[in-house]
Design a protein around this ligand. Structure first.
Ligand code: GDP
Ligand code: MG
Length: 339
């Protein structure tokens, strides 16, 4: 029963993800479908494929990798028709995106989550959603308002703490973010908290400040709470395309990043950015956001993501197939019992 409900929820999320990713005119799925109207695999075909992938925000480097990979497979399997390349391309992309098996181990440890990223990408909102979800799983959750730049940022997190039903550690506007982290870590230890979520300020204009502040926070966490696992996630706005990739590069040059949250995939995001980041930086996308509500953030599932990206493409998602097979299974069992 539980599994079925989860399936239903996932299907809703998948459907909305698909709608989000196919929202833009000239969506990748449309260009992708058109590609295979060509019969032959020639230079034109590869040029068009390149254009489609770059247009979807996949970036030059990742696009070139995919095409090289495809060319090798076309040669190996002696493929002659463009149409036969569809599954190959989708599979090549899926292969580049596997999320490591231990990617979510931190959820079951005593963890301090440091949420970083530039202004407006969705850090505070994502923390609110995560807090509510972890709490619903029965975890003891605490938030820390270490974005002390503006009073509004602290208030915003407070609102989320009420909505999620979790406690918050905050000081006044302008206070030292590291002092907030210090207080929060002490509280997390004293209260036997499972997950402490730390909201940080989104300043990138001064790289040195940012680096100093982040490393100071990390130092306090590891010194004051050596048993805790630190999970540092960067939040990126999916609608900003190649800028998001650049932000991920810059942050990873100054601090350790364990994973990525891509938000706003319900907007005009073209979606390829998730693929570019994962394959260029080799950091897994762990969560994706498709709206402003609590349930609009979920774990990243590369298989259904790629399927959603190529939505016009006549392939059933794994989730849809599971749901279908469940429906078929139930009456069959009932029949058996009737006999
Ligand atoms: P921060 O500055 O990084 O903390 O960003 P905020 O959490 O304040 O988010 C900035 C804006 O983006 C807010 O209006 C959020 O409601 C919105 N937002 C965050 N995530 C999503 C998302 O997945 N989809 C949409 N449509 N809006 C989002
Ligand atoms: Mg914020």
């Amino acid at each position: 029963m539980e599994e079925k409900n989860e399936g239903k929820e996932k299907k809703g999320f998948f459907k909305r993800l698909k709608e989000g990713l196919t929202k833009t005119r000239n969506s990748i799925s449309e260009s992708f479908a058109n590609l295979f109207k060509a019969n032959e695999i020639d230079d034109d075909f590869y040029d068009e494929l390149e254009e489609t992938l770059v247009m979807s925000d996949m970036g030059i480097e990742t696009t070139e990798n995919i095409i090289e990979n495809l060319k090798a497979k076309v040669k190996e399997f002696k493929i002659k028709e463009a149409d036969a390349c569809r599954d190959l391309i989708v599979n090549i992309i899926k292969e580049q995106m596997t999320v490591p098996e231990n990617a979510y181990d931190f959820e079951d440890k005593k963890t301090v989550m440091l949420i970083i990223g530039v202004n407006g990408v969705g850090k505070t909102t994502s923390i609110g959603k995560l807090a509510a979800q972890y709490k619903a799983q029965g975890k003891k959750v605490l938030m820390a308002a270490a974005d002390t730049f503006r009073a509004a940022a602290i208030d915003q997190l407070k609102t989320w703490s009420v909505r999620a039903g979790v406690d918050i550690i905050a000081q006044s506007e302008g206070s030292d973010p590291s002092a907030v982290v210090y207080d929060a870590v002490a509280a997390a230890k004293a209260r036997n908290t499972d997950i402490l979520l730390i909201d940080t300020a989104g300043r990138l204009h001064n790289k040195k400040n940012l680096m100093d502040e982040l490393s100071k926070m990390r130092r306090i966490i590891t010194k004051e709470y050596p048993d805790a696992n630190v999970e540092s996630l960067i939040v990126l706005d999916g609608t900003t395309g190649q800028n998001a990739l650049e932000q991920a590069r810059q942050f990873s040059s100054v601090t350790d990043i364990d994973g990525i949250i891509i938000t706003k995939l319900d907007g005009t995001a073209k979606g390829g950015i998730a693929i570019a980041i994962q394959s260029e930086l080799n950091v897994p996308v762990k969560y994706i956001g498709i709206g402003e509500k609590i349930e609009d953030l979920q774990k990243f599932d590369p298989g259904s993501y790629v399927t959603a990206l190529f939505a016009d493409f006549d392939v059933k998602s794994d989730i849809e197939m599971i749901i279908d097979s469940d429906i078929e299974k139930i009456p069959a069992d009932d029949d058996l019992f009737d006999i």
